[in-house]
Design a binder for this molecule. Structure first.
Ligand SMILES: Nc1ncnc2c1ncn2[C@@H]1O[C@H](COP(=O)(O)OP(=O)(O)O)[C@@H](O)[C@H]1O
Ligand SMILES: CC(=O)N[C@@H](CCC(=O)OP(=O)(O)O)C(=O)O
Length: 299
């Protein structure tokens, strides 16, 4: 339906209903993680960019962290390099690290920046290496297959976890009305690059910025149980049980862990939402529609 065919009364009512949400969130920081799996269609990416610009225009400070797993996978495939994952993390040798840096820091970052700018925003794309803002260390991965009695620690190469984040650069940009768009690449004290899961970066950044909300946009309706029903309001213990019985696996593992950590460490709420729904960000922020899985400290 185009805007001309909508009842103007409905349009103004919708706008008016958004007022309390605009008042509640104006001046607050919202970290939005845009997963590579949700960046499938041009119309969706465009509606995402417009949502981010609208947030900024009504006084909210959006900070975008993006993934790009499928986009990395497709370039690796063209280069005949195999993709392998352990606990949802990409095994990253030096050759793969180069591809990760090219795809995340280059192609994906700049295409999101460009779309936000096309929608009238002022986006600036950065990786964690800029201003050395994301200090990383190597992530040690614990892996246990059913036949093993104790977990083993596996070296999966240049995969990092966040050691610390300096928020100076992001805060400076946000204060001058820029929208920071961050690629999840970190750096250690010796200048080595690390491939960090984008959910982990978004969670730690939301904590460091004292964000009001952490929104994780993905390609499913939310965290689901075995029957495909969206679950919400889960405790850490319930999540542990769902991991142990295999209901939560792969890319959902870092997502749910970082959402729980973020709310434990001061972020008011974390949301795992369906990025395939047009304007998913606006639906979550400005309506009561309650898309996806909500996690709060009281969960
Ligand atoms: N319990 C679960 N509920 C929903 N999705 C799950 C669950 N367990 C695993 N997943 C998987 O997690 C994926 C989302 O993670 P990921 O592929 O890393 O997406 P993104 O690129 O958005 O970070 C889903 O597509 C789904 O295959
Ligand atoms: C260590 C690790 O797995 N890093 C991810 C970084 C990108 C990412 O997280 O992308 P999505 O959000 O689209 O999954 C990767 O190499 O795929």
């Amino acid at each position: 339906m185009n805007s001309a065919s909508r009842d103007p009364q409905v349009v103004v009512e919708v706008l008016s209903e958004a007022l309390p949400y605009i008042q509640q969130f104006s001046g607050k920081t919202v970290v939005v993680k845009y997963g590579g799996n949700a960046m499938t269609e041009d119309t969706l990416i465009n509606s995402f960019a417009r949502d981010i610009v609208l947030m900024k225009e009504v006084g909210i400070n959006p900070v975008v962290v993006h993934g790009g797993g499928p986009q990395i996978g497709s370039l690796l495939e063209k280069l005949n390099i195999e993709s392998r994952f352990v606990n949802g993390m990409r095994v990253t040798d030096s050759q793969t690290m180069d591809v990760v840096e090219m795809v995340l820091g280059g192609l994906v970052n700049k295409s999101i920046v460009n779309l936000i700018n096309q929608s009238g925003g002022k986006a600036i794309g950065l990786t964690g290496k800029d201003g050395a803002q994301i200090r990383a260390r190597q992530l040690k991965v614990e892996h246990q297959s059913p036949e093993m009695t104790v977990p083993e620690i596996i070296d999966i190469g240049h995969v990092g976890e966040v050691e610390s984040i300096s928020t100076d650069l992001i805060e400076m940009l946000a204060a001058r009305d820029f929208i920071p768009v961050i690629a999840p690449i970190g750096v250690d004290g010796e200048g080595h690059s690390y491939n960090i899961n984008a959910d982990l970066v978004a969670g730690k950044l939301a904590e460091a910025l004292n964000a009001e909300k952490l929104m994780l946009l993905t390609n499913v309706a939310g965290l689901m149980n075995g029957e495909g029903k969206v679950l919400t309001g889960l405790s850490t213990l319930q999540v542990d049980a769902l991991i142990a019985d295999g209901t939560i696996y792969g890319g959902m593992l870092p997502k749910i862990r970082c959402a729980l950590d973020a709310v434990k460490n001061g972020v008011n709420s974390a949301h795992i939402i369906d990025g395939r729904v047009p304007h998913a960000v606006l639906l979550e922020i400005f309506t009561n529609a309650g898309v996806g899985t909500l996690i709060t400290d009281a969960s």
